[in-house]
Design a protein around this ligand. Structure first.
Ligand SMILES: Cc1cc2nc3c(=O)[nH]c(=O)nc-3n(C[C@H](O)[C@H](O)[C@H](O)COP(=O)(O)OP(=O)(O)OC[C@H]3O[C@@H](n4cnc5c(N)ncnc54)[C@H](O)[C@@H]3O)c2cc1C
Length: 408
């Protein structure tokens, strides 16, 4: 089968590895518009369960990812000058550059052609492909060209965020909330190597314009953020983008869904098909799981169309259903931050506990202190604990490690 994967992100690269392992006779090319070694973003988090899935799919790349990942086991929240620590929140981090290098090297070693500076915006550029995989991210050109068919819907988050790096190596997953004359601004920091950490900064649009971040140059904006977060950063620098990757932008998060994920022999994968708010740290994991799902559905499909239709339908059905609870968690998590004033004045231990419950559909409808008391009481009652586990095992697994919350 001749496969063209558009986009050299985690989703399409990993799919190319899995398909090549399933059948070395597949002819697979990955087209990435950027030059080799250039990408957006810094480190990404994931949880232990992902490594098991990756090991089942391709032990070599799983071992390399594990070897180049860092781990942490605590969560820390700084609210102004008060600090709360929660022990036992395990997580893993890896640099996005490193992850992509590992996947691209592995794909090449299996015989996949990885072509950089190869921008594809229409299926017509890929004559002869039996399968075209649109792994070209949230703004997928392949999808947008047939937007009437795919039916993308985008909901734009209210808050502004910027994805930065820093030389501060955080020991724990760190949340820092700082009050300014224009409202609260906060960051999530986690290390992804022994030299650097990710630092995602977020605030309301009012705080953003009040602080002048909307008109500041990149250097002035970073200098202001370094001053505001000087405590948690221990005086370390913030970095916009790695050398050669352009400059970091303030954005509003785009939560994307699509009416369908396939059109003939074109199929959407990863962020091109769906996005989940970064505050649950799951997008890369979901993109890799999409690749596992698609490769599984295609196992045995060697003839290309018309054999592909049922396989693509199965992939879409299974992945959509697997995503439901995580998409819900991500929406509520994003809303929690948009409603920060509702929680920020609580006692620090309560605030940190509710930060860990931010994916709950009930929390927005119950006074926070009452919710906290009910949640604590539920912890004492075995039937309620069992119900919580039954209600949200997958959500809990997704969120562990970034919450600072006791596990339920
Ligand atoms: C602030 C922030 C923090 C995040 N933190 C985490 C985290 O901690 N953990 C986590 O799991 N996820 C995280 N994510 C989400 C994660 O980055 C994405 O979900 C993930 O990268 C999706 O992978 P993908 O392969 O689908 O798309 P992408 O990684 O976006 O890759 C798409 C690729 O396609 C290329 N491309 C685009 N158009 C074309 C074209 N026309 N032709 C050829 N190539 C093209 C792009 O250059 C890009 O390389 C975060 C996201 C944000 C915004």
């Amino acid at each position: 089968m001749k496969v063209a994967c558009v986009g050299g992100g985690p989703a399409a690269l990993y799919l190319s590895i899995l398909l090549k392992r399933q059948d070395p006779s597949h002819d697979i090319t990955v087209h990435e518009r950027n030059p080799a070694g250039s990408t957006y973003g810094w480190g990404v988090t994931y949880w232990g369960g992902l490594l098991e899935k990756l090991r089942a799919g391709d032990p070599e790349s799983a071992d390399a990812i594990s070897e180049h990942s860092v781990r942490w086991s605590d969560g820390v929240a700084h609210v102004g000058d008060r600090t709360t620590v929660h022990h036992g929140d395990e997580g893993h981090g890896i640099g996005r550059h490193r992850l992509l290098d590992i996947l691209a090297d592995r794909a090449r070693s299996l015989g996949v052609r990885v072509e950089f500076e190869s921008e594809i915006t229409a299926a017509a550029q890929l004559p002869g492909a039996d399968l075209i995989v649109a792994g070209d991210g949230v703004r997928s050109a392949l999808r947008e060209r047939h937007a009437g068919h795919f039916g993308p819907e985008v909901s734009i988050g209210r808050n502004k965020y910027i994805w930065l790096g820093t030389t501060k190596v955080f020991d724990s997953f760190t949340f820092a909330f700082v009050e300014t004359a224009h409202g609260w601004i906060w960051c999530y920091g986690y290390r992804f190597s022994d030299e650097q950490s990710t630092c995602v900064v977020e605030c309301s649009p009012e705080t953003w314009t009040g602080l002048g971040l909307h008109e500041a140059s990149e250097a002035d904006g970073l200098a202001l953020l370094e001053r505001l977060f000087a405590g948690p950063l221990d005086g370390h620098r913030l970095i916009g983008r790695a050398k050669g990757d352009g400059s970091a932008q303030w954005l509003n998060f785009r939560t994307l869904t699509n009416r369908t994920w396939r059109r003939g022999n074109v199929v959407l994968l990863g962020d091109a098909a769906h996005t989940t708010h970064y505050s649950i740290g799951a997008g890369t994991t979901l993109a890799l799981e999409d690749a596992i799902g698609l490769a599984g559905a295609l196992r045995g499909s060697t003839d290309g169309p018309p054999d592909l239709g049922p396989a693509l339908a199965r992939y879409e059905r299974e992945r959509r259903s697997a995503l439901l609870s995580v998409q819900s968690a991500a929406r509520y998590s994003a809303q929690w931050y948009e409603n920060l004033p509702r929680y920020i004045g609580l006692d620090p231990a309560q605030m940190f506990a509710l930060l860990g419950q931010r994916h709950s559909p009930l929390l927005p409808h119950i006074p926070p202190q009452l919710y906290y008391r009910i949640d604590r009481a539920a912890e004492q009652l075995e039937p309620l604990r069992r119900m919580k586990r039954w209600l949200g095992p997958r959500v809990a697994r997704t969120l562990h490690g970034r919450t600072g919350a006791p596990r339920g």
